[in-house]
Design a protein around this ligand. Structure first.
Ligand code: PEP
Length: 253
């Protein structure tokens, strides 16, 4: 049994006061749910205040990125040691970081190793561009990204994968549930090849890309989809709560 996981990626949105207010407004209903892991990923400067808000609840905290070195002359960066003190999760290899901040497959691999070494649960993002999708390259791209992310990691340790087709992120044009499920199966296959069938069957794989309260059911009712990574819709309390509540309900039946 894989416990679904729904993560809220606030991206570069919300001031500290806004993050505090948003999380405060969702806390009670989020905490009430069982059978689904709930992870909030605010901007770095809101991690500590949000941690205070969710103290004593079962809600988890995640960062949106990190550097792979433990400390040193890396101005502006945040290390796994720092995050491990306050976070449960860290998102790695988000397509916005790959496209705009130079996160290559090699860097994602270093970050994944560092996250695992310091006890952070990683959410590793993979996904193809529209051009790659239309060119029939999706499977090849996904296999390559998964293989590269786990390069040199000899045993599988709890890592969440987020399948996020780039053409669906922030566009309002989500994939179809069956499309997402098919690619997620490919990811299970890639992990089975690397670490054995058990890893392929137990790894939790989310769908991400324009998930809303209106379309979450389509994804979550797919057998291989274990939750969602939610961007824009996580900034609206009612919408995000509905996504998480629907996930809990559908996966418990
Ligand atoms: C994301 O931030 O990973 C994401 C999928 O964004 P959105 O839900 O806005 O498409």
């Amino acid at each position: 049994m894989r416990i679904p996981v729904v993560a809220a990626n606030f991206k570069m949105n919300t001031t500290v006061a806004e993050a505090f207010e948003l999380v405060t407004s969702m806390k009670k209903r989020l905490n009430r749910l069982s059978g689904v892991e709930r992870v909030l990923c605010p901007p770095f400067i809101s991690l500590v205040p949000v941690k205070e808000v969710i103290k004593g609840t079962s809600i988890k905290l995640g960062a949106q990125n990190m550097f792979y070195e433990r400390s040193g002359a890396f101005t502006g960066e945040i290390s796994p040691v720092m995050l491990a003190q306050i976070c449960d999760y860290v998102i790695l290899g988000h397509s916005e970081r790959r496209a705009r901040f130079g996160d290559t497959d090699e860097i994602v691999n270093k970050k994944l190793k560092a996250a695992l070494a310091f006890g952070l649960a990683p959410i590793v993002c993979v996904g193809e561009t529209l051009e790659q999708n239309e060119g029939g390259e999706t499977i090849e791209v996904i296999n390559r990204q998964v293989k590269a992310a786990f390069d040199g990691i000899d045993a599988f340790r709890d890592t969440v994968i987020a399948y996020e087709p780039i053409w669906a992120i922030g566009t309002g044009k989500a994939a179809r549930g069956d499309q997402a499920n098919a690619v997620i199966r490919v990811i299970r296959g890639a992990l089975s090849k690397l670490y054995g069938d058990d890893a392929g069957q137990t790894v939790r794989i989310q769908y991400g890309g324009s998930v809303t309260a209106s379309n979450i059911a389509e994804f979550i009712s797919q057998p291989d989809v274990d939750g969602a990574l939610v961007g824009g819709a996580s900034l609206k309390a009612e919408e995000f709560l509905s996504i998480v509540e629907q996930t809990a309900k559908i996966k418990s039946t």
